[in-house]
Design a protein around this ligand. Structure first.
Ligand code: SF4
Ligand code: SF4
Length: 231
């Protein structure tokens, strides 16, 4: 049921993400490795064998607004982000509708990572799995997956209230191309019609936290979640 304006949903989304970010920072970050002294900074964002973070339509709009407002980027740098997103979609063959129906098998190098700066949407529009992600030496100190699951469930509800059925969990670069402010919006309009016509609600499709391995044994595919660092 659509009963929320996009502006209200964006404000609520930001509050939810900020709360998760503070919770992780206070309770779990002390046990994580320090990214400032990482020998391979940003590899967790750019390793195309590893990253399969999916976001929703509302999160993509939040990213677009963050990129639009950040004083870190001039117009050329902003355009470069969308150009990197298009390149990632082509290079890694990212698709909204796959033959297997499993978009989570698609991995990519994230176009939002800027060397020397880090994540360009860190403060205001970071996806939940990225908020939880860090390298830990001990399993006991890692944040539980239920935190991400709860955050993503709330994100799903906000999307539902804002767009009805016209949204889906998709790889971040793909969403960035769909909401590119210089794009014509035709592909998003086409997909919105497809999604709007499907029988099942979008929230019955898996989010990042709910993905399970194809062996059906319940092991979660958590490429985007915290990892135990190799010693
Ligand atoms: S999360 Fe891990 S791999 Fe990524 S920058 Fe931090 S220490 Fe390095
Ligand atoms: S959104 Fe930010 S934290 Fe997440 S993979 Fe991209 S650059 Fe890294």
């Amino acid at each position: 049921m659509k009963n929320l304006s996009e502006a209200s949903a964006l404000a609520r989304l930001q509050r939810e993400k900020a709360a998760l970010q503070s919770h992780i920072k206070v309770n779990y970050e002390p046990g994580a490795r320090d990214c400032r002294v990482c020998p391979t900074p940003g590899v967790c964002c750019t390793d195309a064998h590893f990253v399969n973070v999916h976001i929703t339509r509302l999160e993509a709009v939040a990213m677009r607004e963050t990129l639009r407002r950040t004083p870190r980027l001039d117009d050329a740098a902003r355009r470069a982000v969308y150009a990197r997103a298009r390149l990632a979609v082509e290079r890694y063959h990212l698709r909204a509708l796959t033959a297997a129906g499993d978009t989570y098998a698609q991995t990519y190098s994230c176009p939002l990572f800027a060397p020397g700066v880090g994540c360009l949407v860190h403060a205001r529009a970071k996806p939940a799995p990225c908020i939880q992600h860090a390298c830990y030496d001990n399993w006991e100190e890692m944040p539980p997956v239920r935190l991400q699951w709860r955050a993503e469930r709330r994100v799903e509800l906000l999307n539902e209230k804002t767009y009805g059925a016209a949204w889906a969990w998709l790889p971040t670069p793909l969403w960035l191309t769909l909401i590119d402010p210089d794009g014509d919006g035709a592909e998003l309009a086409r997909l919105a019609r497809v999604w709007g016509a499907r029988r099942t609600a979008p929230t019955t499709t898996p989010n990042n936290a709910a993905r399970r391995a194809p062996d059906g044994k319940g092991r979660r595919r958590r490429r985007s979640l915290p990892v135990i660092a190799a010693r």
